[in-house]
Design a protein around this ligand. Structure first.
Ligand code: DC
Length: 227
């Protein structure tokens, strides 16, 4: 359909951004870029190295020594740190509960944003995160702000965990998601916020494929492509 568009998908934790972004990228034959995974990777490394997530200077030093790579291999998305695969390790509750502290530092964000902008230089990406439409790709061709109620987001995470046989406590998940929302929206640098030109989609009562189709139609309309 298009070759050089960049599509930004922002929104709170658990709104379905990554699932939607991956499927949309596949449908458009674009590259999917998970920016949250980059913050998670640094958080995982900091926890491993016992670097205080509130110490911006030490975290930045660690980031300079850490090679974070997003690798797309035959339809699978892997995250690597200094060539080791950490795809699963960065999804633990410990990482989830610490990542917002890492992501609040301006030095860290500046470095991550610059890496993300390089990845999107050639276009043809679907990038998901919190500040893509506002800070990383302010000129993105299509900006989506994907939301869902806290209850629905907690319910989805809960069901996802159970389907993977991971013990899960709905009320605790709900509390963690609400806490992360608060940290992400109230931080000083690049808080989670809908870009003025973003299209908001509330996915509370939509299926994943309805959301993907909806965004696909928006993209088609923007490019003037006839389906
Ligand atoms: O999308 P996610 O849940 O994997 O993101 C993990 C954390 O990283 C999230 O709490 C906020 C932060 N993040 C961010 O600040 N900016 C981004 N572009 C992506 C994620």
């Amino acid at each position: 359909m298009t070759t050089l568009m960049n599509i930004a998908i922002d929104g709170p934790a658990g709104a379905g951004k990554s699932t939607v972004a991956k499927l949309l990228a596949e449908k458009l034959m674009f590259v999917y870029i998970d920016t949250g995974a980059m913050y998670r990777a640094l958080t995982w490394k900091a926890l491993q190295e016992k670097v205080d997530v509130n110490n911006e200077h030490l975290l930045n030093k660690l980031l300079q020594q850490t090679d974070i790579q997003l690798v797309n291999q035959s339809g699978e998305h892997h995250v690597k740190i200094n060539n080791s695969d950490v795809t699963e390790d960065i999804r633990t509750t410990l990482v989830s509960n610490n990542v917002s502290y890492v992501a609040k530092h301006s030095l860290i964000r500046a470095e991550m944003v610059s890496k993300q902008q390089k990845l999107a230089e050639q276009g043809g990406t679907v990038m998901d995160g919190r500040d893509i439409g506002t800070a990383v790709l302010p000129k993105a061709d299509v900006k989506i702000f994907l939301t869902a109620s806290v209850d629905e987001r907690a319910k989805r995470r809960h069901e996802e965990q159970l389907s993977k046989d991971i013990p899960s406590d709905y009320l605790q998940l709900r509390e963690e998601i609400a806490k992360r929302d608060q940290l992400d929206t109230e931080r000083k640098v690049a808080p989670l916020k809908k870009a003025v030109d973003a299209i908001e989609i509330d996915s509370t009562s939509m299926t994943i494929s309805e959301v993907v189709d909806h965004i696909y139609t928006i993209v088609a309309e923007r490019t003037g492509a006839v389906e």
